[in-house]
Design a protein around this ligand. Structure first.
Ligand SMILES: [Zn+2]
Length: 192
């Protein structure tokens, strides 16, 4: 039994043998194969002697989430009358979110002054640079500042990348189509 007690707190990596199934049953972040219990993550062993279960507590940090005031990149996925739904996929500081978070952009957070509807300032598929206004999901976004707004957009007619034409207008370099957007002053000058 002393060996089993020593297991508690032991650092392990995926695939490490923890014990045989007669000693402990596989719990969180473990699996058993051929009656041998192994770890599935980098972490520390936590044994539960009462229920005879062995767990691994992951030590790898979960990815840091966007926080209030942070500038992020998001893709516009849906436009309603007064709210745009986006997927936040990266931060300006270089963090990537493999499972993008939902970001909501209210029409009052696009620019100063009245906007009739989103079709004058955004389109589905646009990549925007936005600032996060809260600390939890769904993230509330703003693109009012000059550096915020659309940073990449594709032509509605032919799908080509649009080029900046005027401060609020893009032009397709292939078909000449003109489209309005709330542009970031960093339009097309982005690194992911
Ligand atoms: Zn075009």
């Amino acid at each position: 039994m002393s060996r089993l007690k020593e297991l508690n707190g032991l650092g392990v990596v995926p695939g490490d043998t923890l014990c045989v199934i007669e000693e402990f049953l596989p719990g969180n972040w473990t699996y058993d194969y051929d009656n041998v219990v192994r770890a599935t993550v980098v972490g520390r062993v936590v044994t539960d002697l009462r229920f005879r279960v062995i767990n691994v507590k992951p030590t790898v940090k979960t990815p840091q989430l966007p926080s209030k005031g942070e500038v992020v990149y998001a893709v516009v996925t849906l436009l309603y009358d007064d709210v745009a739904i986006t997927k936040v996929s990266a931060s300006e500081s270089g963090r990537k979110y493999p499972n993008p978070f939902t970001g909501l952009l209210h029409i009052s957070q696009v620019q100063e002054g009245y906007i009739k509807n989103f079709y004058e300032v955004l389109a589905v598929g646009d990549v925007i640079k936005a600032k996060v206004l809260n600390n939890n999901t769904p993230y509330i976004l703003t693109i009012k500042e000059p550096k915020l707004g659309v940073v990449l957009a594709y032509c509605n007619v032919c799908g080509s990348l649009m080029k900046k034409h005027l401060t609020d207008t893009l032009k397709c370099s292939v078909c000449g189509n003109l489209e309005k957007r709330k542009l970031s002053i960093n339009y097309s000058n982005v690194r992911f």
